[in-house]
Design a protein around this ligand. Sequence first.
Ligand code: NAG
Ligand code: NAG
Ligand code: NAG
Ligand code: NAG
Ligand code: NAG
Ligand code: NAG
Ligand code: NAG
Ligand code: NAG
Ligand code: NAG
Length: 263
Amino acid sequence: MKRAFTLHLRQLHAFLVLLEGVWVKSLLPLAICKETESDRQALLCFKSRLSGPAGVLASWSNKSFDVCEWHGITCSKPCPRRVIALDLESEGMSGSISPCVANLTSIARLQLSNNNLSGGIPSVGLLPRLRDLNLSRSNLEGKIPSSLGNLSSLVDLRLTGNNLVRSIPESLGYISPLQILALTANNLSGTVPPSLFNMSSPTFLSLGNNSLVGRLPHNISYTLPNIQTLVLSTNKFDGPIPASLPKVYNLRLFVSFTCITTH
Ligand SMILES: *[C@@H]1O[C@H](CO)[C@@H](O)[C@H](O)[C@H]1NC(C)=O
Ligand SMILES: *[C@@H]1O[C@H](CO)[C@@H](O)[C@H](O)[C@H]1NC(C)=O
Ligand SMILES: *[C@@H]1O[C@H](CO)[C@@H](O)[C@H](O)[C@H]1NC(C)=O
Ligand SMILES: *[C@@H]1O[C@H](CO)[C@@H](O)[C@H](O)[C@H]1NC(C)=O
Ligand SMILES: *[C@@H]1O[C@H](CO)[C@@H](O)[C@H](O)[C@H]1NC(C)=O
Ligand SMILES: *[C@@H]1O[C@H](CO)[C@@H](O)[C@H](O)[C@H]1NC(C)=O
Ligand SMILES: *[C@@H]1O[C@H](CO)[C@@H](O)[C@H](O)[C@H]1NC(C)=O
Ligand SMILES: *[C@@H]1O[C@H](CO)[C@@H](O)[C@H](O)[C@H]1NC(C)=O
Ligand SMILES: *[C@@H]1O[C@H](CO)[C@@H](O)[C@H](O)[C@H]1NC(C)=O
């Protein structure tokens, strides 16, 4: 009787160990990655300033623990699974962009274009992996924060068709990997910082349809050596058309001046 009881206890113990193994294994990827938990908190915080048509962010809730299953989210594969992309283009959302995005430290693509996000572009600090940032046609206001220049991995930055004002920060010209910079159709004013005409990577640079003033450097074809498309039309530039333009820009060049004085 005593022996049988011991056996039962042993079996129970073995069963519990087995159970524990299954339990621990199934929860491991979720429970142990504190980085994933930090992404989850950042996304819930980001959501708190947005509203949208029913359903758009319905999956973004405490009920669905795995952020990688949430609408618009892409995660990296190995543990820790990190949020690497946020794609919410044309979702009919309104509200504003929360500075909490600064805590999505592995994000490589942030695509929020064609929504109705009032308010400004937050200072996002250091997002060392961010390559693509598309905030075009999102009804954003205010200045372009000079802290965007801290996004040192940006390749593609699009802020077209917002209500952005004041001058273009010089810091944008120091993002060395930047290939595409689209600031078209805002209300940017002041002169273009010299750093912007002194970048070796850009193939596409559009500043068209703003209120920019001043003269263009006479040798921009040398200072923007890889440019293929340069759009400067509908601004308030003056001075001569840079002499070096026609020789080098044989691809898709579109330059026009609203106000030219030749000397
Ligand atoms: C989600 O959980 C956090 C704690 O992890 C809590 O602070 C927050 O209030 C919860 N949010 C909702 C909408 O239930
Ligand atoms: C980032 O997360 C930390 C810790 O959760 C928090 O204290 C901080 O306020 C967050 N930063 C932003 C910009 O939300
Ligand atoms: C950026 O957003 C605009 C507006 O929604 C869209 O037309 C364009 O294709 C997007 N570009 C990229 C590279 O995401
Ligand atoms: C955009 O959002 C503002 C407030 O944030 C609201 O007044 C306006 O009606 C919205 N526009 C559209 C087209 O949804
Ligand atoms: C980001 O850039 C701004 C100005 O360009 C600078 O003052 C700030 O210290 C930088 N922030 C970080 C976190 O590096
Ligand atoms: C210039 O941008 C404004 C909005 O800022 C827009 O209404 C207008 O149609 C644009 N004009 C051209 C020529 O693209
Ligand atoms: C652009 O900004 C100037 C002030 O810098 C303002 O007078 C003008 O009305 C603005 N234009 C548009 C189309 O918002
Ligand atoms: C342009 O870039 C060159 C080399 O990268 C640098 O020496 C020069 O100071 C820059 N000029 C301006 C106006 O930023
Ligand atoms: C462009 O012109 C400026 C001013 O004349 C000069 O300082 C600079 O060295 C020139 N840059 C190149 C690459 O020719």
